[in-house]
Design a protein around this ligand. Sequence first.
Ligand SMILES: [Zn+2]
Ligand SMILES: [Zn+2]
Ligand SMILES: [Zn+2]
Length: 272
Amino acid sequence: MKFTYLGTSSVEGFPAVFCNCKNCAAARRLGGVNIRTRTQALVNEDLLIDLPADTLHHFLQCGIEGHKIKYLFVTHSHKDHCYPQELGCHRHPCAKEMEQPVLRVFGSHGAAELMAPFATETVEVTELKPFDVVDLEEYRVTALPARHMGENEGALMYLIDDGEKKVLYAHDTGYFLDEVFDYLKGNGIVLDMVSYDCAYGDKFVADTGGHMGIENITRVRARLLEIGAVNEKTIHVLNHFSHGINPLQSRLEKLVRGQGFCVAHDGRVIEL
Ligand SMILES: [Zn+2]
Ligand SMILES: [Zn+2]
Ligand SMILES: [Zn+2]
């Protein structure tokens, strides 16, 4: 499985759209991996996770051909993950001669509600509830409940299985809900990679919050290890960084050195 991080910031971007703080000014000056755009990832060439307004920028930066994408899974309706208007470009005359003429879109209750008005004969929108399993030709995707935005949203993390590798994409969420640990344990799932919400970096945040920092993540990882859902081969990736709390990429890497975490950046590819 090829897993590509397309965007790795939280809602405001890093540097943030209208900000001139120290972190943003430094990111603008240094460029490269210090520039983060809104959250999105791609599995192989055909399964996209989330649809922020930065999607076109991501495709151009990473050489992605959007017409090859067959599936889109949206975690929740926050605008760094769900800019539904973009779906309006998936039809004639905005899109022609596509390799994959139909896009199958799945999302949380809140995201599906936002995207439903953009459904057409080439864009199928399906709402997912926690623990729904979607069996596709190449993948089995399981929706798991995230601790984010309250119950009305039904925010989801996704467990993506391509038959060989299993990835848990956990954005956005606070400390994992007990039901998630129970599901993974009960189904004997062993993950090859986990992508953790790290909006809070090294700042303390309560487990009941809607995002995590390194301290919460370390405890989630320990519990996953305890239940056998990860092992010494599992890759643990920190992602979804808020510019007000997290330092630049090199400082972040230094901060977690020796702790067994990878730090995502826009364009980072992980081959599993
Ligand atoms: Zn977010
Ligand atoms: Zn700033
Ligand atoms: Zn969010």
